[in-house]
Design a protein around this ligand. Sequence first.
Ligand code: ZN
Length: 277
Amino acid sequence: MLASNNRRGEERVGPENSGDDAFGYLREGERLLMALWEDLTMPGLEALRQQTQTVILPLGSLEEHGPHLPLGTDTFHALEVARRVAKLRPVVVAPPLFYGMCRSTREHPGTVSISGDAFRAMLLSVGREFCRQGWHNLVFVSGHAGGTHISAIVEAGELLLAELPEARIAVVNLLEVLREVLGDQPDLVQTRGDSHAGEVETAIMMAAYPDLVRGAAPEEWPRFPKYVLVRDKRRYWPGGVWGNPAPATAAQGEAILTAEADSLSMIISKLEEFGGC
Ligand SMILES: [Zn+2]
């Protein structure tokens, strides 16, 4: 058996194992294990298109996440949930977009925030291409929950909806999904108001990318002035954490990711069945 483990931890099965592997699918027995756009071949992608018209575009940020989590945390989060959904149902997962819009971490080293114009233009352009190729169900999943960032995704989604008659579009903010999950499982997260590089994101990264977690970090509860926009944003939260990373565990991260993937899979079911306007 020709097999090797890639960075994402799956076993790539070689072409001698089954006919379909020639398409570049990752298979576990007869089950489609992974459907990453960039890993598939042309016939592999075409064959998958016969099963589904749904493409997930993972979105996030390049943004400081305290002294202990990687700058790509938000994007890794969205990618991990998308990958898990690809094990639950036929979808294709597009390569993630790391560049997003960040406000309150703008002054911290490592944060790269692009303009709303650039971000929307990218989403519009990529969205049009997906639809042109017959992928009419567009699922934008964001691991970054900044208000301006999410608004830009919604705006791009609305423009695509107006332009492309066959498109069905979902904009999924994973923070919102987690809030719904916590409605059913309130004990999943201990820290109330945990929002950035705290318990939740630390747990997720411990589960999905343990090699990128550098220990823990002190808890921090920034207080920005209300209504007033501030220039020196770093002054209000020097450590770049909003919440408390201490209680995080890998098992907790696994439970959160499982719940988020189940929720996203249900959202996609509804999107695929959605017949109205
Ligand atoms: Zn984050």
